[in-house]
Write a protein that binds this ligand. Structure first.
Ligand code: AMP
Ligand code: GLY
Length: 417
């Protein structure tokens, strides 16, 4: 098969790496890709939101299957457009992508299908927001309704902090139209878990669990980022929690997907908070997580293409999906200043000096004058596999030291809680 991967980050690099292992795949293209992906696939210079060009390319190159990494094209409706051209594609329809595209939509969906989540209010103006915040208990969570690359969520410890966040979203328009509406939410205390699932119209099948580290600094301090590191399996995700999540969150989600007529054949990723009172859904993402994918796919033993093909025919339930027992840790190397302003173009050295079994997935990198340079907030992910978590942590960090660039920033406490 000829496969097209849409995206340019660590998640797409991991997808391409996994797909390249499939005996069913003889050619992989990636739009637009990055220098790491270019080592295993042909990168084509088409932006992820240029759906018309992606369709034209798929037709021309006779692509058999397209897999979309990031949320933006999904929310734009890439799946509907590919399907109407009779091109095979993995992902949610535009309708279903609202589960990620609008926090307000997803909160109403959760309530409608009795999925346990934090209590919330939604507001359309700054003044309305202030009224809610003045009456609220603290901490409180303030969220831009639309897409904000993981940066539109603020955990606020006081009214003044919450006011400043509301101002950023609704007055400074830091996230554009994504901030026209704001969700104000009860703060949930607990341990986070990411559960990525394969889904079709008959079943929802969770992958192995993982945990992301969203804040920029050690000890979960500082602003939220797209994710600074992950590990799998997540120690809080016991058999008991897994069963409870299946019954109280996954199956009701599938019921909602069916009842709303979404025709969803793709990935749904549920962000959970495991609280003392039990698991609560924080959010839906309609795609693979980044950097969750970097630790989950290395544990998948089954051919990913077989899973995707089964999904397209609504036959997921008939597919045996197998995972290995490895512990996997990914440490993200970011540019100094991320998630705020940062500089690009710093020369990266040492990506080829890592140990043989280490995976270095590229996120924000580019080639400039023949050299590998930084080109984004999150630059690289260093992923280690081992028989236990302790060994995986130590392997990941000893290899992090081998990669160098000016301003290299990373958390030193990934998977160490
Ligand atoms: P979201 O995009 O809604 O998942 O929010 C991003 C991150 O903010 C989550 O992964 C959590 O770390 C944090 N967060 C979101 N909502 C809550 C909440 N109600 N209570 C505590 N933390 C939250
Ligand atoms: N790492 C969180 C996300 O992909 O949204």
């Amino acid at each position: 098969m000829r496969i097209l991967v849409v995206g340019s980050g660590g998640r797409e690099h991991t997808l391409a790496w996994k797909l390249a292992q499939s005996p069913n795949v003889y050619e992989i293209y990636c739009a637009p890709g990055n220098p790491g992906i270019a080592e295993i696939a042909s990168c084509v210079d088409i932006g992820v939101d240029n759906v018309a060009k992606l369709i034209e390319f798929s037709r021309e190159m006779k692509i058999d299957l397209t897999i979309v990494g990031p949320e933006i094209p999904l929310v734009l409706g890439i799946v509907d457009e590919f399907r109407s051209e009779k091109l095979k594609i993995i992902g949610p329809t535009k309708h279903a992508a609202q589960l990620e595209g609008s926090k307000s939509y997803s909160k109403h969906f959760m309530n409608k299908y009795n999925i346990s989540t934090a209590k919330f209010d939604e507001v359309n103006t700054f003044e309305e927001g202030m009224k809610v915040l003045k009456k609220h208990t603290y901490p409180v969570v303030v969220k831009a309704d639309g897409l904000a690359a993981g940066k539109g969520v603020f955990i606020c410890n006081s009214l003044s902090e919450a006011e400043a966040s509301l101002e950023t979203i609704m007055k400074d328009n830091a996230f554009g139209d994504a901030g026209n509406k704001v969700v104000i939410e009860e703060f949930l205390e607990g341990i986070e878990t990411s559960v990525l699932c394969f889904v079709d119209n008959d079943s929802i099948i969770p992958m192995v669990s993982s945990q992301d580290h969203k804040r920029i600094f050690d000890g979960d301090k500082g602003p939220n980022t797209g994710g600074m590191g992950t590990y799998s399996p997540n120690y809080v995700y016991t058999k008991e929690v897994e069963e409870q999540v299946e019954k109280e969150i996954l199956l009701p989600t599938l019921k909602g997907i069916k009842s709303e007529g979404m025709d969803y054949r793709g990935i749904i990723f549920i962000g959970l908070m495991i609280t003392k009172e039990g698991p609560r859904a924080l959010e839906y993402n309609v795609r693979l997580g980044d950097p969750e994918t970097q630790v989950v796919l290395p544990r998948l033993e089954t051919d990913l293409v077989e899973i995707f093909n089964a999904m397209l025919e609504n036959k997921l339930s008939e597919t045996k999906i197998e995972w290995n027992n490895k512990a996997v840790v990914c440490v993200v190397l970011a540019s100094k200043g991320y998630p705020d302003k940062y500089e690009k173009g710093k020369v990266i050295e040492g990506t080829n000096n890592v140990d043989d079994d280490i995976l270095v997935f590229h996120s924000g990198t580019a080639i400039k004058e023949g050299k590998l340079v930084t080109n984004g907030g999150r630059v690289l992910g260093v992923t280690a596999r081992a028989n236990d978590l302790k060994e995986a942590i130590s392997k990941a960090y000893s290899n992090v030291e081998k990669i160098k660039f000016e301003g290299k920033t990373f958390r030193t406490d990934i998977a160490k809680k």
